[in-house]
Design a binder for this molecule. Structure first.
Ligand SMILES: [Zn+2]
Length: 373
């Protein structure tokens, strides 16, 4: 039996917490579901296995009754900073890599999180492009600015993140510059100087090709949202197999690509890609801790079925509230232990190999990939 309760975690994909005045307007159940429809949250979100289990886990952490109302009283008593400190300490979270492009107007700044742990950041590519679009005077100016931002990175930026799965899908094609320019000019005419929500496939594919080219020069990893998410996403467009064009392209062979969320339910596909493409890595955040216990176990088993263990990464995909950082760590460790123990029992691994793999998945694979200490 291996032990991994003591291993410090590097969480390679998570988000900033909500500002307290925003968080207090959200139902507590909202943090345990990818749904945002009021009726679903009010009537059904509290009946998932994840929610029921999480309430129990959080009540143990806070030393209160396993009821949402008791937890909320206890949270109010502690305040956000003490609660966050408790979650990070109990979770033994040594570093986090934040995608701070999610709900930027509602979250605490990344500097706020530095009081609890080491914080690194990602650039959310589509959001950067949207911000630059409004200011750009021409297509050339837009692309030059976009490239400049990716080439002159502050030292705490360790990767890029793409949400193309949410916008135009993962089937990124090698689009021509002239086509991207026509789209840019058309949207400029429609929007004038108003903000643009970038959903146009040609423009998104074009900016991603720019990012891939820069990432290839600097060996910077790109995280792709894959698999499940909220209903803004067309799940059929978030299958990682759709990335084939860029995976096969010789220009991008040395860009490390991280498939987030175990690509659930395309987990077998993700493990397959990691087993045949040197540049592919897989992460299991969100699937752990949002699935049932057997769902989390199956996801990690499916990844380990085929993927090299040196390419599997831990993350929580925590967002909104600090409890998700704690729950990610709690269940990441428990499930990894169960799956590795059973691999030892099966004869796939020796106990010392399983121990080393636990360190790799929880900490060292991410340290190497993002070049962090
Ligand atoms: Zn995320």
């Amino acid at each position: 039996m291996i032990t991994l309760a003591h291993i410090p975690i590097v969480d390679n994909h998570a988000h900033n917490l909500l500002r307290p005045e925003i968080s207090s307007q959200y139902p507590y159940t909202r943090s345990f579901t990818e749904a945002y429809d009021d009726l679903l949250i009010k009537n059904h979100a509290h009946t998932t296995l994840c929610y029921r289990r999480s309430i129990n886990d959080i009540s143990v952490l806070l030393g209160c009754e396993a009821q949402e109302s008791a937890i909320i009283r206890q949270r109010d008593k502690l305040g956000l900073e003490k609660l966050t400190r408790l979650c990070f300490e109990r979770g033994k979270i040594a570093s986090i890599i934040l995608d701070d492009g999610f709900l930027p107007e509602k979250i605490l700044p990344y500097t706020w999180h530095q009081q609890f742990t080491c914080v690194y950041r990602l650039i959310r590519l589509e959001v950067l492009a949207e911000n630059l679009f409004t200011r750009a005077e021409s297509f050339e100016d837009f692309i030059n600015q976009f490239r400049y931002h990716l080439q002159s990175l502050p030292p705490d930026i360790v990767g890029f993140k793409s949400i193309s799965a949410y916008r135009s899908g993962l089937a990124i094609e090698l689009v021509e510059e002239t086509d991207a320019k026509s789209c840019f000019q058309l949207f400029k005419e429609i929007c004038h100087d108003q903000p643009l929500r970038l959903t146009n496939k040609i423009l998104i594919d074009f900016i991603l090709l720019q990012a891939l080219e820069i990432a290839a020069q600097s060996q910077i990893p790109i995280q792709f949202h894959t698999g499940f998410g909220d209903r803004d996403l067309d799940l059929s467009l978030s299958n990682p197999l759709l990335l084939r064009t860029i995976l096969e392209d010789s220009h991008f062979q040395n860009v490390p690509i991280v498939l987030l969320h175990g690509s659930y339910p395309y987990t077998r596909e993700a493990a397959y890609l990691a087993s045949v493409y040197p540049q592919i890595y897989v992460d299991f955040g969100l699937a752990i801790p949002f699935l049932s216990i057997s769902g989390m176990r199956n996801t990690l088993r499916l990844l380990l079925e085929l993927s090299p263990t040196s390419k599997i990464l831990y993350s929580s995909d925590a967002h909104f509230i600090p409890e998700l950082y704690y729950l990610g760590s709690l269940w990441g460790r428990k499930i990894l232990k169960q799956v590795l123990d059973s691999a030892v029992e099966d004869g796939d691994l020796t106990e010392s190999e399983a121990n080393a793999i636990a360190y790799d998945i929880l900490r060292d694979n991410a340290r190497k990939l993002y070049k962090i200490n």
